[in-house]
Ligand binder design. Structure first.
Ligand SMILES: [Zn+2]
Length: 200
């Protein structure tokens, strides 16, 4: 049994090293990305989308050349445990999702995925065994079309120095960097990062 280019055991070792612990989401995510890779249309360069920021982006980064840093992995927060791989020139791709209808045979996966039990109430050895036994069988797959231009990262363009923090930022963002704009308009931000002389 392989997950992407790795054996199952190699993949588990990579997950622990990269993600810090062996999350069920990364194990299932590994099988999901593996299924998508096996059904990917022909093409030179592909991109990836995770429909959740939880766990799945790390499985994509471990198993493909799509990373957040190289701009070929887009992380959406749609709240669905689904991964998309698509060919960047044509936009043709596949979407793999964990299918609730396919979980009847796997009660521990169902309890975990649908949060029918609290995490500490789930027998993790059973859960891990079910994930390995089920492999791709809990997953649905569909063909999709992605409009790649909508996902391409915008160009940075000319750079300016921010009058507030003094750091470099894309001049197209306005008269100050977006970090400082968020600080000036806290209602429009998720919180503010500001410089202090010490933590005390
Ligand atoms: Zn600034």
């Amino acid at each position: 049994m392989n997950i992407g280019p790795y054996s199952y055991e190699e993949y588990l070792r990579l997950v622990k090293a990269f993600h810090g612990r062996l999350d069920p989401g990364l194990m299932i995510g590994g099988f999901m990305v593996d299924l998508a890779l096996k059904n990917l249309p022909e093409g030179e360069v592909f991109g990836a989308i995770s429909e959740t920021p939880v766990c799945l982006p790390d499985a994509i980064q471990l198993l493909t050349s799509c990373t957040i840093g190289n701009g070929r992995l887009t992380v959406l927060d749609l709240g669905r445990f689904a991964a998309i791989l698509y060919e960047r020139d044509t936009g043709q791709g596949v979407r793999v999702f964990l299918d609730p209808a396919g979980l009847d045979e796997w009660p521990a996966i169902e309890d975990w995925f649908l949060k029918r039990k609290r995490y500490h109430e789930i027998d993790h050895q059973v859960l891990i065994r079910e994930i390995k036994e089920a492999g791709h069988r809990t997953m649905g797959i569909g063909y999709i079309h992605v409009e790649p231009s909508r996902l391409r990262r915008r160009r940075i363009g000319p750079v300016a120095l921010c009058p507030d923090c003094g750091e470099a930022y894309p001049a197209q963002d306005g008269i100050r960097c977006r970090g400082c704009q968020a600080g000036k308009h806290p209602e429009g931000s998720n919180g503010t990062i500001r410089n202090v002389s010490s933590w005390s």
